[in-house]
Write a protein that binds this ligand. Structure first.
Ligand SMILES: Cc1cc2nc3c(=O)[nH]c(=O)nc-3n(C[C@H](O)[C@H](O)[C@H](O)COP(=O)(O)O)c2cc1C
Length: 388
């Protein structure tokens, strides 16, 4: 990967303004893993934006469980396998992927970096990654700088109206979109308590955070995130029939994101989805659902090879990705890792994070004796034995 270090430095310098020299001196190559990018992003972002990026809902129990679950899986490396050539290539829903790491959708990118969606779209184009976009990438599509393979996110509001669904899918098909990712775990506004304590106005994450005044205060939010509001919606919410209608309305594969149980994995297949993503929305929606890597095996078992199963939530390292693949995921999606990269260096940061995780994956495949995707199976991992 070629990184334009000067451009990245210019971005950074522009963003830090009068920040101390130590921050300005940060070079794209200084962070050597996702956790370094995480620490740097925390320093760089306004605390409100940081909490929006990093936080989960309520007790953040699932946030903890996503990482703890990954740590609970142990790799069983095999020796004396020739791994002098390591191949990360894979096929997913008819697409040739250079590596099994996908960029998850993330709303509110503009409070981490101006025009964030376009930065990510260009990075995915350069890094040849599959990008699940929240939308608004017409500029990169027209310029030919977007990812070759991209899926459009929908949260389903539009889908309960058939004529609007038709227009929506037609536009995507015409634009060369390769799949529709239907997020099913965001039917109500969750309590993200960091954001509620901070008085965050969610719309700020679309427009970019307003400037703080001389006393360091942000304007008072007109419509801050709140608790104590009974959940209700004016219109009926999407159901499995809505998924079926969407699948019938388009030639594009529909990928359901937000599955945490065997029952729902099976329903994805029966209602026409072409893949599903085991996900708890980065622990930002329903809390206390456990870690996603814990839920992955039951979904894989229920789906039984009928459609690919993907996973996300807490994957930070190449070893983490390897564990997800060994437990039956066809690919692993990431969100916060690339958002850290973007917060620090824009497009170049996203590319660098992808490169670092990709190389870690290849290296650990080499060390574990699995030179390609076919060689990775359930026997590569075990669950940690509890302390005696
Ligand atoms: C800042 C942020 C915004 C997100 N916005 C969306 C969204 O608009 N739609 C969606 O389906 N998931 C959204 N997610 C969830 C991610 O797509 C993904 O499921 C999750 O974050 C993966 O876990 P990870 O961040 O630990 O990699 C968001 C996540 C973050 C961190």
């Amino acid at each position: 990967m070629q990184i334009n270090r000067r451009a990245a430095f210019r971005h950074l310098a522009g963003m830090f303004g009068a920040a101390p020299f130590a921050a300005l001196a940060q070079d794209l190559k200084d962070p050597i893993n996702v956790f370094d990018f995480q620490a740097l992003a925390k320093k760089k972002l306004d605390p409100l934006a940081w909490d929006y990026l990093e936080g989960g809902s309520e007790d953040e129990a699932s946030l903890h469980d996503n990482r703890a679950g990954v740590r609970n899986i142990i790799i069983r490396p095999r020796m004396l396998v020739d791994t002098h050539k390591i191949d990360l290539k894979t096929r997913l829903l008819g697409l040739d992927l250079d590596y099994p790491i996908i960029l998850d959708p993330a709303g509110g990118k503009n409070c981490f970096f101006p025009m964030g969606e376009l930065e990510v779209s260009r990075a995915a184009g350069r890094a040849n990654a599959l990008h699940i976009t929240n939308g608004g990438i017409e500029e990169t599509l027209q310029a030919g700088t977007a990812a070759k393979n991209w899926w459009q996110l929908t949260t389903g509001g539009i889908l309960t109206n058939k004529p609007r669904t038709k227009t929506f899918v037609k536009r995507l098909e015409d634009q060369g979109c390769k799949g529709i990712c239907f997020t099913v775990d965001i039917m109500h506004v969750s309590h993200r308590e960091r954001d509620i304590h901070n008085g965050l106005e969610r719309a700020w994450c679309e427009s970019g955070l307003p400037k703080r005044d001389a006393a360091g205060k942000l304007p008072v939010a007109k419509n801050p995130w709140r608790t104590g509001i009974y959940p209700s919606k004016p219109e009926p919410l999407p159901t499995w029939e809505t998924l079926q209608d969407l699948c019938e309305a388009t030639s594009l594969p529909v990928i359901v994101k937000g599955i945490m149980t065997a029952e729902d994995g099976d329903k994805c297949v029966r209602y026409g989805a072409k893949a599903c993503i085991v996900s708890n929305h980065g622990a930002r929606q329903q809390d206390h659902v456990g870690g996603t890597i814990e839920a992955l095996p039951e979904v894989v078992k229920a789906v039984n090879g009928r459609i690919p199963v993907l996973v996300d939530g807490g994957f930070r390292r190449g070893t983490d990705i390897l564990k997800g693949l060994a437990l039956g995921a066809s690919a692993v999606c990431i969100a916060r890792p690339y958002l850290y990269g973007m917060a620090c260096f824009g497009q170049a940061g996203v590319e660098r994070v992808l490169e670092l995780i990709k190389v870690e994956l290849a290296l650990n495949m080499g060390l574990a004796g699995v030179p390609n995707m076919r060689a990775i199976d359930r026997s590569l991992v075990r669950v940690r034995v509890p302390a005696l």
